[in-house]
Design a protein. Structure first.
Length: 215
């Protein structure tokens, strides 16, 4: 039976133990047979998260740059989806159910937990998706609506419509549909968006910029 080397041998033990199986020792080494019997160590996903940016509100320049890109976007754009994802989620490595190896003999790190790169909701510390680019905000109206509800609580989608040129426009209002406290529109000119999701994203970013300016 072939012996496989633990992929985490040079890193923190994936299941949170101070593992004696390290460097390039093999399964026949006594240290391997003691694997899993080490003292508990801090979980890497909780106390020392990887690829997790510090939390904070996006600055005005970031919002302005995103708005410009959204207004210029001509359709689904996964790179832009990933940038929009960072407004409300963070990247981290989490165990979501996979084992370290899938062989029948479980020769590598018995009981170990494999860590996947995922998007995490910082409010709940729960992972939301494994998609590298996050949710499909630029093509899915449902995803765009969910983002509005998440980052703009208290705002209402007061309108999404299509003009005579088959381009889309959206409007958000702070409060109720008939409120005039604050109104955010997707475009300041007659130019519209290629799809309703992009129009809603443009209105959302306009509203976020207004909120930032009012601080």
């Amino acid at each position: 039976m072939a012996v496989r080397v633990c992929p985490e041998r040079d890193a923190v033990c994936p299941h949170g133990l101070r593992c004696p199986y390290a460097q390039d020792q093999y399964a026949c080494d006594p240290a391997y047979r003691e694997h899993g019997k080490g003292s508990p160590a801090a979980s890497p996903s909780r106390t020392t998260p990887m690829n997790k940016r510090s939390q904070g509100e996006p600055d005005r320049q970031t919002l302005s740059d995103l708005l410009e890109k959204v207004r210029a976007c001509e359709g689904a754009d996964r790179e832009l989806d990933r940038q929009i994802m960072t407004l409300s989620y963070v990247r981290d490595r989490r165990h979501i159910g996979a084992s370290c190896w899938d062989d029948a003999y479980d020769t590598c790190c018995p009981g170990a937990r494999h860590l996947d790169d995922v998007w995490v909701d910082p409010a709940t510390d729960k992972w939301r998706t494994t998609a590298v680019d996050g949710f499909e905000f630029t093509s899915s109206l449902d995803a765009a609506l969910a983002l509005v509800e998440r980052v703009l609580p208290g705002w209402t989608v007061s309108g999404i419509c299509q003009d005579d040129f088959k381009l889309w426009h959206a409007e958000l209002r702070k409060g109720h549909q008939t409120s005039y406290t604050a109104v955010a529109i997707s475009h300041e000119t007659l130019r519209g968006s290629a799809n309703p999701a992009l129009a809603l994203l443009a209105a959302l970013l306009t509203a976020l910029l207004a909120e930032e300016a009012g601080k």
